[in-house]
Design a protein around this ligand. Structure first.
Ligand SMILES: NC(=O)c1ccc[n+]([C@@H]2O[C@H](COP(=O)([O-])OP(=O)(O)OC[C@H]3O[C@@H](n4cnc5c(N)ncnc54)[C@H](O)[C@@H]3O)[C@@H](O)[C@H]2O)c1
Ligand SMILES: O=c1ccn([C@@H]2O[C@H](COP(=O)(O)OP(=O)(O)O[C@H]3O[C@H](CO)[C@@H](O)[C@H](O)[C@H]3O)[C@@H](O)[C@H]2O)c(=O)[nH]1
Length: 429
């Protein structure tokens, strides 16, 4: 099938490379020329396991990129993978979606034949049918149901394992405006749907939109609950990891997403939970539990720095921050808890030296005044204390020999030789 993907960020690039990998002809439409050049040169514009190989394999043949929206006319299906950021007040900002839908609609005005537009971005119920659809109709001059179809197909991939998650998902969800649109999506995803273990959920557009938010709200709240239980465990001098491992044996609860510590960051959980809270309020409902999930999450970085300060006076101290990305396996630092930790440390007068296997260059522009080290060991050299902000496997089994004071406060429960330290404190254990 000929597929176009509008927006080639973390999702659009992954989806494009994976759809090319399962046999489709794919073209990415992206406003950032550096990304377009990278893809056409066979290089991955982002760090994501398994992505570079796939782009190298398909670039120039079944995978291309362009800044020109007219390319959509060579395709039968277009996925919108545009950002849906949060506004200052936390609500969903649809300006980029509207702009992308306008450009797409204009390009489709000259198309002969049918076209399916699929919203893959995370959007609140009603957005696909009441915002994107009307913009497409107005700009293309084609009515939905009369040569133009729309569908909503949320994406559940995680950063760091994006390729694997896309190709081997637990579920594929779509809500389509017509049987034909649903049939096209089934055909497009056939190689993935044929895999054992992939559930297909076909529903209405609004439900498809809300399933994505409900999924993220559930997982983020689960981590906040785990963190609250972890904070309580710490007060009782109990190990939250042992407690929650046992709790997770109950298959109604599951052992996944049970890691307590610094809390959730990233480009999705914070903005999606906030958009759902704002959307719920717009609908006249007070989302008390989601509010509490955010409150618990916001407190964890400060709690980590408080714990460090119990052992190291921070004014003028050299503190190593291990990990900058919001989770391991990615260079994405959006809403990373590490950045909140750095803010608390610098506010209290500490000199921060940070290390991360891949994310330093994404932090440097916003944090030009902290020091960066080439490795975790280099960051620890001469440090008066250290904190773990990201559970990179590279940090397991570290040597602390070079530290001025061997004090480590761990926000992520990495594998540490505690006997090699003067002080080892876990945030929730
Ligand atoms: N990142 C994830 O893990 C993830 C997972 C599931 C769903 N989502 C959702 O998918 C959507 C995209 O997220 P992302 O992380 O890929 O965003 P991103 O910011 O990484 O990428 C978006 C891309 O769109 C491009 N763009 C902006 N305006 C454009 C326009 N008018 N025309 C063409 N390109 C344009 C940007 O230059 C950027 O490269 C969001 O709604 C997000 O919530 C993200
Ligand atoms: O037990 C856990 C699990 C996760 N986290 C933190 O939670 C955040 C999010 O982690 P994860 O969900 O693995 O990463 P994302 O790539 O943000 O993926 C989430 O957000 C995506 C974008 O919407 C969805 O597609 C995915 O299904 C959803 O898991 C990170 O800061 C993790 O450190 C914990 O603190 N403890």
């Amino acid at each position: 099938m000929n597929v176009s993907i509008v927006g080639s960020g973390y999702v659009g690039t992954t989806v494009a490379a994976c759809l090319a990998d399962i046999g489709h002809d794919v073209i990415n439409i992206e406003i950032d020329e550096d990304i377009v050049e990278a893809i056409n040169a066979g290089e991955a514009p982002i760090h994501e396991s398994g992505l570079a190989e796939r782009i190298a394999d398909h670039a120039g043949s079944s995978l291309r990129a362009t800044t020109d929206y007219d390319a959509v006319r060579e395709t039968d299906v277009t996925f919108l993978c545009l950002p849906t950021p949060q506004s200052e007040d936390g609500s969903l900002d649809l300006a980029i979606m509207r702009a992308g839908a306008e450009s797409l609609g204009r390009a489709l005005a000259d198309e002969d034949g049918d076209h399916l537009v699929v919203v893959k971005s995370t959007v609140l119920p009603g957005t696909t049918e009441d915002v994107v659809g009307p913009v497409l109709e107005a700009e293309s001059g084609t009515a939905i149901g009369d040569g133009l179809e729309i569908a909503m197909n949320p994406e559940f991939l995680r950063m760091g394992t994006a390729v694997e998650d896309f190709l081997e998902p637990d579920k594929i969800v779509f809500g389509a405006s017509s049987d034909g649109a649903a049939e096209t999506l089934r055909e497009l995803y056939a190689p993935i749907l044929d895999r054992q273990g992939t559930d297909l959920v076909e529903t209405d557009v609004r439900e498809a939109e809300l399933i994505k938010y409900a999924n993220n709200a559930f997982l983020a709240s689960k981590v906040s609950l785990v963190n609250e239980l972890g904070n309580i465990a710490k007060e009782y001098d109990a190990d939250a990891y042992e407690v929650l491992e046992a709790v997770g044996l109950d298959d109604r609860i599951s052992e996944r997403f049970m890691r307590s510590g610094l809390g959730w960051g990233g480009s999705c959980f914070p903005k999606d939970v906030n958009a759902l809270r704002a959307g719920a309020r717009d609908q006249g409902y007070e989302p008390a539990l989601l509010d509490a999930a955010v409150t618990v999450n916001d407190a964890q970085p400060r709690r980590l720095v408080d714990l460090l300060e119990e052992h190291v006076p921070l004014e003028g101290a050299r503190i190593a921050v291990l990990g900058l990305s919001f989770k391991p396996g990615t260079d994405d630092v959006r809403k990373s808890r590490a950045l909140d930790v750095i803010d608390h440390l610098t506010d209290r007068g500490a000199d921060v030296v940070a290390a991360d296997p891949v994310a330093i260059e994404n932090v440097r522009p916003d944090y030009p005044d902290i020091e960066y080290a080439a490795s975790a060991e280099a960051a620890l050299e001469g440090a008066d204390g250290a904190v773990v902000a990201t559970d990179w496997p590279e940090f397991d089994g570290l040597s602390f020999d070079g530290m001025a004071r061997r004090v480590l406060v761990d926000g992520r429960r990495i594998d540490v030789d505690e006997d090699a330290l003067e002080v080892y404190e876990g945030l929730t254990w």
